[in-house]
Ligand binder design. Structure first.
Ligand code: GDP
Length: 399
């Protein structure tokens, strides 16, 4: 039965001079070409994939071998001859994102903020209650030292003012929390061109923390603020990472420089990315690096080399360490190792939408002496927000 159908189609193709086969293969090309475009790449990323070409080669090869496939269902609309260029999006500006995304924090942090507020508004504020307040802060990963400091300062303030008014006590708690998070740190992202050179941002961190996603989201933050960006896929140990980055880049019209060889030297990809960024005159080059935490020496060698090699072309303006906020003490240990391997200039805390442990912001800053500059509040493309202490504390307290 099946053979009869194939023979009949073959006869039809021969009779129609092969047009049926071409139509079928054209129909397949648009989809396959798009895939190939994402997966393809050339050394140094000179051409980030030519989607149509891969499809054409496939069509030619299939036609040459005389493979004939069943026609698509009649209802399917005819595919365009060439895949349309992906539409370039203009993401929203970064200002005020944290306030817009506050619901993500308020929801997941309800335990932390509201527990503190209900303890403070309890009838009596005795030793036991203050101890509970301190414990709540420690449970939220703030760290023992900062938790004690905050509790002591608040206790003194409450005692001096003699107030029990819930609104006033809440305002004092807010003030102390903001003080612990730190208002005096420079959280600006150094992503402006200087002279003839683009800003260079290296993004480091352990795989799985959201590093590659953060590079993509960061490209959107900068594009949303009107800056042009080029991406460097120096995480050459995961082919998927380069594909992922390229897809993010395409959405905002940012080119991705990558290697087509898995395991290629990350430093040379980073070098090439910065060189092309200089040539193209972009505002910022974001380089995704490999996040294998093999040995500390290995990590130091690798990140050190990337930085040294890149600096032959342009200074590195930011080394952003991506940490998963849900990993607590383990995340802090990772942070320590990275900080010893390379001079971290800012922290990106991801997955704060999925944890009730927002105190980690305080702990990690203390640990590294480096400010949290961005936070991840979800998997959506624009769920990365510049960190603002006041808006963060307000979200946690649900005010
Ligand atoms: P990498 O291995 O460090 O490069 O990690 P990826 O960028 O591939 O991200 C790992 C996973 O974390 C993906 O499923 C991301 O969508 C997810 N992820 C990244 N940032 C966030 C965030 O802020 N919130 C949530 N909920 N998920 C995130």
């Amino acid at each position: 039965m099946l053979e009869d159908v194939i023979i009949a189609i073959a006869a039809f193709v021969v009779a129609s001079g092969g047009t049926a086969a071409v139509v079928v293969l054209r129909g397949r090309r648009a989809g396959q070409g798009g895939q190939a475009g994402r997966g393809a790449g050339t050394a140094g990323g000179r051409a980030a994939g030519t989607p149509g070409q891969a499809g054409r080669e496939q069509a030619g090869a299939a036609a040459g071998t005389g493979v004939i496939e069943a026609p698509p269902p009649a209802a399917e609309p005819a595919a365009p001859a060439a895949p349309a260029a992906p539409e370039v999006e203009r993401p929203p500006p970064s200002a005020g994102r944290l306030a817009r995304l506050r619901g993500r924090l308020a929801r997941s942090q309800s335990g932390f903020g509201s527990a503190l507020l209900s303890l403070l508004s309890a009838g009596r504020l005795d030793d036991e209650t203050w101890q509970e307040i301190e414990d709540t802060l420690i449970t939220a990963d703030m760290g023992v030292g900062p938790a004690r400091q905050l509790t002591d300062a608040l206790r003194t303030q409450v005692k001096i003012t003699g107030t029990r008014d819930p609104g006033e006590v809440r305002a004092m708690l807010r003030e102390q929390m903001v003080a612990q998070v730190g208002l005096d740190l420079d959280r600006s992202l150094h992503a402006q061109r200087h002279g003839d050179l683009p800003a260079v941002l290296l993004v480091v961190g352990v795989n799985g923390t959201g590093k590659t996603t953060t590079c993509g989201k960061l490209a959107r933050v900068l594009a949303g603020d009107g800056r042009s960006v080029l991406l460097g896929a120096a995480d050459t140990f995961r082919a998927a990472a380069a594909d992922q980055l390229q897809t993010w880049g395409e959405r905002v019209g940012a080119r991705t420089v990558r290697s087509d060889r898995e395991g290629a030297d990350p430093a040379s990809v980073a070098f090439e990315a910065v060189s092309e960024g200089i040539e193209a005159g972009v505002d910022a080059v974001i380089v995704d690096t490999a996040g294998r935490l093999h040995t500390k020496t290995g990590l130091m060698d690798e990140l050190g080399k990337i930085k040294r090699v890149v600096e032959k072309r342009a200074p590195v303006d930011e080394v952003l360490l991506v940490l998963d906020a849900t990993t607590g003490q383990n995340g802090l240990r990772q942070a320590r190792v990275f900080a010893e391997a390379v001079d971290v200039t800012g922290i990106v805390l991801t997955k704060l939408d999925g944890t009730a442990k927002g105190g980690i912001v305080v702990a990690v800053q203390r640990e590294l002496g480096v400010p949290v500059k961005l936070i991840g509040l979800g998997e959506g493309p624009d769920d990365l927000a510049p960190f603002e202490p006041g808006a963060f504390v307000d979200a946690i307290l649900g005010s």
